[in-house]
Design a protein around this ligand. Structure first.
Ligand SMILES: NC(=O)c1ccc[n+]([C@@H]2O[C@H](COP(=O)([O-])OP(=O)(O)OC[C@H]3O[C@@H](n4cnc5c(N)ncnc54)[C@H](OP(=O)(O)O)[C@@H]3O)[C@@H](O)[C@H]2O)c1
Length: 354
């Protein structure tokens, strides 16, 4: 089978001594327990975390060589004798620490999620990490609910500010924020991203290419008679996080998702105290260990929203496994709008929806 191997740590976009290598005759993994399931991978995500992992900058380290890739969707190819949840031909998706950049992957049946009939497998492959991260932080941790949608009473409206809003987790967060009835402010760079965010019904978009974030958000809040921001969704960190914290209300919540800027911001605890802020750290990988049922409920809820057309997994770029270096470049060069996907068998740009 085909598999992408990370043989040493380094920048996967580099054409000189690339750390990644495509193996075309990697052994197909065998079922390793009675409840094991082998899946033929149809598509797998290019997550920012995977880009960091190959550079050795991620919180979890894996011994070399390893096959990267942490979420995917595909078709059940073989099942162990005690498998009760799935049969050959079923559509499934899953999280995995590493290993999905390959034609086949083996996981226990308890780690797989059923993909509803009729759902595009490329979209399903883009859902686990990006959408579950945004859903669990906004709904499970920050307690956003659709009951917050009370348009006549603007003092009840909750203001959500999403940084990196056109990226993988950001685009999921703005859609989930709208479902929960929040006033959603999105921050992104460039006209194309702004246009995409507006098409999703975002209330206000700040274009970092030509606007000052605090001035633009303040002006918008004033125009809507709103005081400040109640929830900050932050996958970027750095100066942008520091600046936007000045916009937070008393009692606000900060969702610490990631540090795409490369800089980890410091939040002074005296300010957290005085302003009664709540800071939520979130990592999907540890939910698999500590609260797998919460993760499962989230995947089910998200697929039900997909089926109703409430959320869309927007895929801006698709590549084959042999083009993985280009896929990593799309992330590095901040070209991704929604998800960058690696697709097996066929390829072509797509905006996927149930
Ligand atoms: N905590 C968790 O469980 C979890 C789960 C998934 C992802 N994450 C983290 O969340 C972050 C975003 O992930 P993602 O998959 O959404 O990535 P992505 O699709 O590449 O989006 C990142 C966004 O960050 C913005 N950005 C600002 N400065 C940047 C820089 N110097 N380099 C690259 N991007 C920059 C970009 O927006 P503009 O170009 O529009 O400014 C970009 O759209 C990563 O740090 C990732 O590790 C965490």
């Amino acid at each position: 089978m085909e598999a992408l191997l990370c043989k040493r740590l380094g920048d996967p976009t580099s054409s000189f001594e690339s750390p990644i290598e495509l193996s075309r005759n990697h052994p197909i993994p065998k079922l390793d327990s009675p409840t094991a399931v082998r899946v033929k991978v149809k598509a797998t995500s290019l997550n920012y975390g995977t880009y960091l992992q190959i550079q050795g900058k991620y919180q979890e380290k894996h011994s070399l060589p390893f096959i990267p890739g942490s979420d995917y969707a595909g078709i059940v190819d073989a099942v162990g004798p005690s498998v009760s949840k799935f049969k050959v031909g079923d559509y499934v998706c899953a999280f995995v620490p590493v290993g999905s950049y390959a034609t086949f992957i083996v996981q226990d049946q308890s780690q797989l999620f059923e993909v509803p009939k009729g759902c595009d497998l490329v979209a399903a492959a883009g859902l686990p990490i990006a959408f579950v991260t945004s859903h669990l932080t906004l709904v499970h941790r920050a307690n956003l609910t659709s009951s917050q949608a009370c348009p006549p009473f603007s003092y009840l409206l909750l203001v959500l500010l999403v940084l990196g809003a056109a990226g993988g987790v950001g685009l999921a967060a703005v859609q989930i924020g709208k479902i929960c009835g929040a006033v959603v402010i999105a921050v992104a760079r460039g006209a194309e991203k702004v246009q995409l965010l507006k098409s999703l019904g975002v209330d206000h978009v700040v274009d970092l290419m030509n606007q000052n974030v605090t001035a633009s958000v303040k002006e918008f809040l004033k125009s809507r008679n709103l005081k400040g921001v109640d929830v900050l969704y932050d996958p970027v960190g750095g100066n942008l996080a520091k600046e936007t914290m000045k916009l937070l209300n008393w009692g606000a919540q900060i969702l610490v998702i990631g540090f795409a800027s490369g800089e980890i911001p410091i939040i002074p605890t005296n300010i957290i105290l005085v302003k009664n802020w709540t800071v939520h750290g979130f990592y999907w990988g540890s939910y698999i260990i500590h609260q797998p049922a919460v993760l499962e409920d989230s995947v089910r809820k998200l697929f039900s929203w997909m089926e109703k057309g409430l959320i869309t997994v927007h895929v801006s770029h698709t590549y084959s496994l042999s083009e993985a270096n280009l896929a990593f470049s799309a992330i590095k060069d901040r070209k991704a709008m929604g998800k960058v996907m690696i697709v097996f068998d066929d390829k072509g740009n797509a905006s996927s929806k149930l």
